[in-house]
Design a protein around this ligand. Structure first.
Ligand code: AMP
Length: 186
């Protein structure tokens, strides 16, 4: 199964992606986690993207697409994966379609976690993960970037009839139940 989990910052994508990964036995590919780990390990990629992540801005499309395309070559993704944090712009979505097409694969579901904006800031500030991009100013910027660059990705996938909207308000378990119901009835 090839799944995209999508939503604004603070929607709970990472948490739900981990649960989906365990339940369906597919690897979890988080571009944000790849970047954070590169920064922590001070790799060349980490040095390149640190200031961008710290500001809550987006890494350039070509860099992200190249990274995902390379990563997906790993054999562990052969039978499927859950993408978290990618695609985050319409050009990335188009590039991902090309990657799928080149490999003769299709997307099974685009799960859109729906959470009202008012809830997002509180959630991020209270989750206390200690991320350098979790301060109030950075969070505001990440939400603005989401509205302008990332949200249009929903319409891109609506045109493909791939969007499954999940109510993202509730407990982790409740939301995961909704996701399972959606994926199992696909
Ligand atoms: P996330 O963990 O998904 O919230 O991502 C954390 C940060 O990594 C984002 O605020 C961006 O700076 C960067 N990032 C992650 N995925 C992407 C992507 N697909 N395109 C551009 N930047 C990304």
């Amino acid at each position: 199964m090839r799944i995209i989990i999508f939503g604004p910052p603070g929607a709970g994508k990472g948490t739900q992606a981990k649960l989906i990964s365990e339940e369906y036995g597919i690897p979890h590919l988080s571009t944000g986690e790849i970047f954070r780990s590169a920064i922590k390990n001070e790799t060349p990629l980490g040095k390149e993207v640190k200031a961008i992540l710290d500001a809550g801005d987006l890494v350039p499309d070509n860099k992200v697409v190249e990274l995902v395309e390379e990563e997906l070559k790993d054999d562990k993704y052969r039978d499927g994966y859950i993408l978290d944090g990618f695609p985050r712009t319409v050009p990335q979505a188009k590039a991902f379609d090309n990657i799928l097409e080149k490999r003769g694969k299709t997307l099974d579901a685009f799960l859109q976690l729906d959470v009202p904006e008012e809830e997002l800031i509180d959630r991020i500030l209270s989750r206390g993960e200690g991320r350098s991009d979790d301060s109030p100013e950075k969070v505001k910027n990440r939400l603005a970037v989401y509205r302008e660059e990332t949200k249009p990705v929903i319409n891109y996938y609506k045109k493909q009839d791939a969007v499954k909207t999940i109510d993202g308000v509730g407990s982790i378990e409740e939301i995961f139940e909704r996701i399972k119901e959606t994926l199992d009835n696909k």
